[in-house]
Design a protein. Structure first.
Length: 288
């Protein structure tokens, strides 16, 4: 049987652990940006989240999704449905006409967080020589009963294309004031492999939740880009249950359970179980 003096070192360890527990379980990762929660697989701080999503989000005054073509404001993240909705502030919409530019993703972004199938890109004011109106015309489609004419007729920003005033490609060679330039509703793969210059269209806009827009005019469409993501299975649930945050080593990109700014584990953090304090590989009884 241990004497009182023999138990003192263990008591000291228990006391120290109790003092350290709040610090040990303090997450080193920010979990919100404004009103939007930032959870695994995303991270705002380097080493937080899944390594595949490293550097994709940044938080200044708002949350932004970073791509080679710019920063896109994040409107929402649905972790149950695994989708993220972004808005391009430089994109044309029904109410404003913006200079055209391409929407670009990195190869890894295209693979793990691509636009959803209910996100449609509308290529506007296209030349009659555009590849999507000729050899690749099968890439164009109508969605939910809508046609390109609706955009030109309903949207102030696009109405000027009807007269040819917004044309830069010489499409309206007849001089007609009732000319309707071609446009194309298409999916992400089209703009992924062909730039706006190759497509020979002067502007684009993107619409999401297209399966819910039947019977609604362009003024009521939801403009933006919805991206779908998959959550890597790295045992994150076990880490979270122990009070940790899933992350990775910034040099090796090996998955880690981040327990505090000075304490990491490969699987889990300190766990308190009734009369025990459990560290990975160790346990200490409270009752001595």
């Amino acid at each position: 049987m241990w004497s009182h003096s023999q138990s003192k070192p263990l008591i000291s360890v228990i006391t120290l652990l109790n003092l350290l527990l709040p610090a040990l379980t303090l997450s080193p990762c920010r979990t919100t940006c404004g009103p939007i929660p930032v959870n695994y697989p995303f991270g705002l701080d380097d080493g937080c989240g899944a390594p595949q999503f490293r550097g994709m989000l940044n938080c200044s005054t708002d949350l932004f999704f970073t791509t080679p073509s710019g920063n896109y404001k994040v409107q929402s993240i649905d972790y149950d449905k695994k989708n993220l909705v972004v808005y391009d502030p430089a994109m044309s919409t029904c109410s404003i006409l913006q200079p055209h530019h391409d929407f670009l993703l990195t190869p890894i972004q295209s693979a793990i967080i691509p636009p959803t199938s209910d996100t449609v890109f509308a290529l506007l004011n296209c030349s009659v020589d555009s590849p999507v109106l000729n050899h690749y015309k099968s890439l164009c489609f109508n969605f939910s009963g809508h046609s390109c004419d609706e955009l030109y007729n309903s949207c102030n920003a696009f109405r000027l294309f009807r007269s040819g005033l917004g044309l830069t490609n010489g499409t309206n060679s007849t001089g007609s004031t009732d000319f309707v330039p071609p446009c194309c509703f298409t999916g992400y793969d089209t703009v992924k492999f062909m730039s706006m210059n190759i497509l020979d269209c002067t502007h684009y806009t993107s619409v999401t939740n297209t399966d819910r827009l039947r019977g609604l005019g362009p003024l009521d469409w939801v403009y933006g880009i919805k991206l779908s993501f998959a959550v890597p299975d790295t045992g994150c649930e076990r880490c979270a249950e122990s009070g940790g945050t899933c992350g990775f080593d910034t040099e090796t990109q090996v998955s880690l359970c981040l327990c505090s700014t000075f304490n990491n584990s490969t699987r889990e953090c300190v766990i308190r179980q009734k009369d025990e304090i459990v560290l990975p590989g160790y346990s200490f009884k409270h009752s001595l």
